[in-house]
Write a protein that binds this ligand. Sequence first.
Ligand code: FAD
Length: 383
Amino acid sequence: MTETYPEIREAVAKLCAKFPGDYWRKLDRGMDYPQAFVDALTEAGWLAVLIPEEYGGAGLPLSAAAAVLEEMQRAGCNGGACHAQMYTMGTLLRHGSDAQKAKYLPQIASGALRLQAFGVTEPTSGTDTGALKTTARLDGDHYVINGQKIWTSRAAQSDLMLLLARTTPLAEGMKKTEGLSVILVDMAAAKGQGLTIRPIRTMMNHATTEVFFDNLHVPAENLIGEEGRGFRYILSGMNAERILIAAECVGDAKWFIDKAVGYAKDRHVFGRAIGQNQGIQFPLAKAYANMRAAELMVREALALYEAGQNPGAEANMAKMLAADASFEAANACIQTHGGFGFAEEFDIERKFRETRLYQVAPISTNLILSYLAEHVLGLPRSY
Ligand SMILES: Cc1cc2nc3c(=O)[nH]c(=O)nc-3n(C[C@H](O)[C@H](O)[C@H](O)COP(=O)(O)OP(=O)(O)OC[C@H]3O[C@@H](n4cnc5c(N)ncnc54)[C@H](O)[C@@H]3O)c2cc1C
């Protein structure tokens, strides 16, 4: 199987080589944002590959973005710092007005505006998005927003946030997913005017936060699309997000496998390379096979997506299989390295922590399995 977009992969790998392990280690210690890495990607145009050419982007298909993200992870970098800048704008592109697109997309393409905060998850509702409690009440020419979001990653490094809030109170007979709307929040204007961002320290460096809205006023013109249809708009972007994160996980798996294979050849114990032992070989061979299978599912999801379909099952399976493959490879990589797998300077423990996230976010494995059970296998709905 030949790899897609070899020129893109080569160029991204070259850029990533300027950001080696010690760059990431220093940031990880202080939980600092990889600004220089993100600036370099922005300058090279890699974060704008999906934005149409008329708005200043490269206008490439999703598989080009997947190649960029896979290569970043494969090089040991952490695309989690900026992947959302690539795809969050999809909601604006598909559902925004011409005026909104003309106003924001060229600036997002150039990097002058960062749209990489996505406020959906809330502390009390969790995966049950329809139960979210943040409200946006229309009052003349503006919305008044009240509530709280959690795990709003990169909120502190975003100029704009895509917010999902309830604009119509839930009433008898109404579906929970109705009455929700997507609103673009100008973060600079909002800070100190009803918007508070608090960082959350996590087991990996992910710039994630909790966000509080206290009578925040946002111009009514910042509504994306029609009021009440926000859940659909958000859903329409989720397949792309899942496929791209799956590509990142494939990149992670490749990094772990390469690292482990290299070490298994070099490390000698009992007078021979540890890689000569089948106890070391088999977990790596299995991780490789599972990575390749996940890679095929990512390709299938990409092909269907680019053919104009809405491949919910394939996007979800790609994300689950790739997240499993990267975590399996991470585990095998630590085991292959013995004690050194835990040493910071090998980068394995950092990448291990980083890739673990994708079992839970942006959607947890159980929810993928229940989607497949219900929508593909036709089993009764469990919740
Ligand atoms: C580092 C990080 C970054 C994130 N970034 C963002 C972001 O930028 N924007 C954003 O909106 N969100 C973000 N998230 C949130 C993420 O999408 C959620 O954490 C994830 O979807 C799981 O939701 P939850 O944490 O509320 O878990 P819960 O919904 O509370 O679920 C807890 C556990 O119960 C399981 N569970 C729940 N219901 C069922 C069921 N019916 N059947 C079986 N199992 C079930 C889940 O699978 C999970 O394992 C981020 C999360 C993290 C940790």
